[in-house]
Design a protein around this ligand. Structure first.
Ligand code: ADP
Ligand code: MG
Length: 463
């Protein structure tokens, strides 16, 4: 007992030197070394709250202090004299609640996914797409204007109209909008909408069944407006191209309207008969570009309004930043988030959005992890300041936080060792030794492993 007490006093004295007085008083002063073996030491503290802080933030420094006193390193554990009641229960409840919430959200997301698949399979959704709910921005304004012109005054100048752009940017939406608008204004106009693939399949079936006559009548004689979606599908299909060329010519010559979409411009559809390519280029070609940030935000806002949900600003920004390429993805994400919030009766948060889109878009690019972010997170966690981290102080807690910052920088950025060294005004060799040190501890000490995980999450979570 005597021995334990004197070791305890030396450890406390060691910690007292390293930490600000307030920190010492708060967390260390009441520590008691209760038991010690060759491999383990058990410290007790009066409250469970303090125990959890010690475990989380000070396992390493206390281990080090003890090692300095003993001359060798042993495992350090903390327990509280408060028993099972008190704040530990509160902490446990909080943890449990958030785990439950997460699980609930996961189940809600799954349920939503199933419902959506069923809905998509069973319903025609053409009417949902009109000009009124197409958000116009820099990247799609020309395509929108051309489609709107064709819809209000078909058979005039924009013929054929060729819209191209990558998948998920609104081409089909525009075709449906044209269809709905023409139906409304000119109910007698005969409209045929076909996907390039369907056109091909129908043609093949007609050839096989000897029904080419009716196939030709349908497309060449009984159609006033022909919309072909995703024409790129006919690349390399000689007989489809041949038939489509004649369909095109017949319609065009009798003043009918033709609108075509493709995921690429005519010159990039290959192989494609030259005469067909040049027909595609006769009229107006409009492209749709990936949405600008402004358009993405506007679309998120519109979809949120439609679904009557409220997305907090940080979550909004996160979504607009993460879902950059594709409006279909944005739409899917918002619907899913709305469903999760509805099913779980919880308000929408940044965290929920993060989880929701993690499985919609695998490989959402995390916002780049910057040097400042790592410095801030580490400084906060260890209760030191950024200037200290970058400075020359050899105080144990600062030095340790610095090792950790260097290690995290190596693991979370593409920076070279020299670049990392420059941040801290240190050379290559010292940088390497910091990394090795934390790396080593990580394997020896599960607590360090946990701390690294926590810090990494914090770094990645911040924007
Ligand atoms: P594409 O045919 O180009 O692959 P879609 O027309 O199917 O893309 O669009 C994908 C989804 O994104 C649709 O649900 C559509 O309503 C939506 N969308 C695309 N562009 C816009 C836009 N500008 N405003 C509103 N919704 C859009
Ligand atoms: Mg489409």
């Amino acid at each position: 007992m005597e021995e334990l007490k004197s070791i305890q006093d030396m450890v406390l004295a060691n910690l007292e030197k390293k930490y600000a007085h307030s920190v010492y008083q708060l967390w260390f002063e009441d520590l008691e070394l209760k038991e010690m073996t060759e491999t383990d030491a058990l410290f007790t503290i009066n409250t469970d709250f303090k125990r959890s802080i010690l475990e989380k933030n000070y396992t390493v420094p206390v281990t080090e202090a003890l090692a300095e006193v003993l001359g060798f390193k042993i495992e350090v554990r903390f327990s509280s004299t408060e028993g099972e009641n008190g704040e530990s229960k509160v902490l446990e409840l909080i943890r449990k609640k958030s785990e439950e919430e997460e699980e609930e959200q996961r189940i809600a997301a799954e349920k939503y996914e199933k419902e959506m698949t069923l809905k998509m399979e069973s319903q025609s959704i053409v009417e949902e797409y009109h000009f009124g709910n197409f958000v116009v921005g820099e990247s799609n304004k020309f395509a929108f204007a051309a489609c709107f012109a064709v819809a209000t005054e078909p058979f005039t100048t924009y013929n054929p109209l060729f819209i191209h752009g990558p998948s998920g940017l609104g081409k089909t939406h525009l075709l449906f909008a044209i269809t709905n608008e023409i139906k409304k204004k000119h109910p007698n106009v005969r409209i045929v909408y076909k996907k390039g693939e369907e056109f091909t399949n129908e043609l093949i079936a007609s050839l096989k069944d000897n029904t080419m006559e009716s196939f030709r009548n349908k497309y060449r004689r009984h159609t006033d407006v022909l919309l072909i979606d995703d024409i790129q599908f006919i690349a390399g299909k000689t007989s489809t191209q041949e038939e489509f060329f004649h369909t095109f010519s017949a319609l065009f010559e009798s003043g009918k309207q033709i609108i075509i979409t493709s995921d690429r411009p005519p010159k990039e559809i290959n192989p494609l008969e030259e005469r067909l390519r040049s027909r595609f280029e006769w009229g107006v070609i409009a492209d749709i570009q990936p949405p600008t940030e402004e358009l993405r935000s506007a679309i998120i806002q519109m979809k949120a309004d439609q679904l009557k949900i409220n997305i907090p600003e940080d979550a909004m920004e996160f979504l607009a930043n993460s879902l950059q390429k594709n409006i279909r993805q944005i739409e899917g994400a918002i619907k899913k988030i709305a469903a999760i919030s509805d099913i779980t009766h919880t308000p929408i948060t940044l965290d929920m959005c993060r989880r929701a889109i993690a499985d919609i878009v695998s490989g959402v690019e995390p916002s780049p992890v910057t040097v400042d972010r790592i410095l801030n997170v580490v400084a906060m966690y260890y209760g030191v300041c950024v200037a200290d981290l970058k400075g020359t102080s050899r105080k144990a807690n600062i030095a340790y936080a610095r090792h950790m910052a260097i290690f995290l920088m190596r693991n979370n950025t593409d920076m070279s060792l020299t670049e990392i060294g420059n941040v801290f005004g240190r050379d290559h060799a010292t940088t390497v030794s910091s990394i090795k040190r934390i790396e080593g501890e990580r394997y020896d000490n599960p607590e360090v492993h946990t701390v690294i995980g926590e810090l990494t999450n914090k770094i990645k979570a911040q924007k």
